[in-house]
Ligand binder design. Structure first.
Ligand code: GUN
Length: 305
């Protein structure tokens, strides 16, 4: 079997198009412009790339983008004071504090200082609890993007066996909750799981979110299964030659070995161009949802869990 490639780049463009339509309607009918504030502390290069990309796409769908860049040695009290101001700002509907934070800042304390209704990352303890009990919440963007792709491919997920590899608060755990919400039988596997290959072989749906390059080979995959690869890992690619400074060129790979998994799976997301683009699209979707909720307006259909 050769798997269908699930094109996350194209899907994300469709989602952003729907977001842009909602934004235009909110402006026209209610005089509202959704606003997203992104807070970046320090100069982590990967975080800077993400934040720039978020700002650009926020503006492209017609929303207001507010960027707050703070020095790496910013005091916790200063960051908390900024969050307090953003919580009170009626033009700001979504707040995202880019992670990881510098070591001297308490991530849990900072995230839980965000107004849960503006917590477009879905990381606040209230949103985690609401999702876990099947109540309306803000849903973390990466798992939401994965769910949208799975629903689009399968229609109903009811009764399917799903294995989530990875137990992070950002992806693994909320992904498992969402799949449970769609009536899958869910297993969360992790580094201590016994006989991981056998566990994965049972799955109709595999979501790999561990951050280990190409750790899932094709012979772990049940024929016809759907593979959602959340990993984004940069590895050396000597076959591409060297850079001007003599260093080896690199390439991006997922947590799944793409060629061997694609030979067995029914459908698979590529890296790059799979889950990655969906994350920012869902962040924009969550910001529109937050704006609608804050103003007592009906939520956009198809853009929430
Ligand atoms: N750093 C890497 N991914 C994310 C994300 O989804 N949200 C935030 N806030 N920080 C991140």
């Amino acid at each position: 079997m050769t798997a269908k490639i699930i094109d996350g780049k194209a899907f994300a463009a469709t989602v952003r198009g729907e977001v842009a339509e909602h934004v235009a309607r909110l402006k026209e009918e209610h005089g509202l412009t959704p606003g997203l504030a992104v807070v970046l502390v320090g100069e982590d290069p990967a975080s800077q790339v993400y934040v720039r990309s978020k700002g650009k796409m926020t503006a492209e769908v017609g929303m207001n983008s507010y960027e707050h860049r703070l020095d790496a040695d910013t005091a916790e009290a200063e960051l908390l004071a900024l969050i307090k101001r953003l919580n009170a700002d009626r033009d700001v509907h979504g707040i995202l504090v880019q992670l990881p934070l510098p070591k001297h800042l308490d991530e849990d304390l900072v995230i839980n200082a965000i107004d849960p209704e503006k917590d477009v990352d879905g990381f606040h303890i209230s949103n985690v609890g609401l999702l876990g009990t099947g109540q309306k919440s803000m849903v973390p963007c990466t798992p939401l993007g994965c769910l949208m792709m799975l629903r689009d491919h399968h229609g109903s997920l009811s009764g399917m066996d799903a294995v989530v590899i990875g137990r992070s608060n950002i992806v693994g755990k909320p992904m498992a909750q969402l799949l449970l919400g769609d009536s899958c039988t869910v297993t969360i596997a992790h580094s201590r799981t016994k006989d991981l290959p056998q566990v994965v072989r049972r799955a109709d749906i595999v979501v790999a979110a561990v951050g280990r390059p190409e750790m899932v080979p094709g012979d772990w995959i049940k024929p016809g299964a759907t593979v959602i690869d959340v990993g984004i890992n940069r590895i050396g690619a000597p076959e591409k030659g060297t850079n001007e400074d003599g260093s080896v060129k690199t390439r991006l790979v997922g947590d799944c070995h793409f060629e061997s998994c694609a030979a067995v799976a029914g459908a698979i997301t590529p890296v790059p161009g799979g889950v990655g683009p969906m994350t920012i699209a869902c962040l924009l979707a969550n910001t529109v949802t937050a704006c609608c909720r804050a103003n007592g307006l009906p939520e956009p259909e198809g853009l929430t869990a």
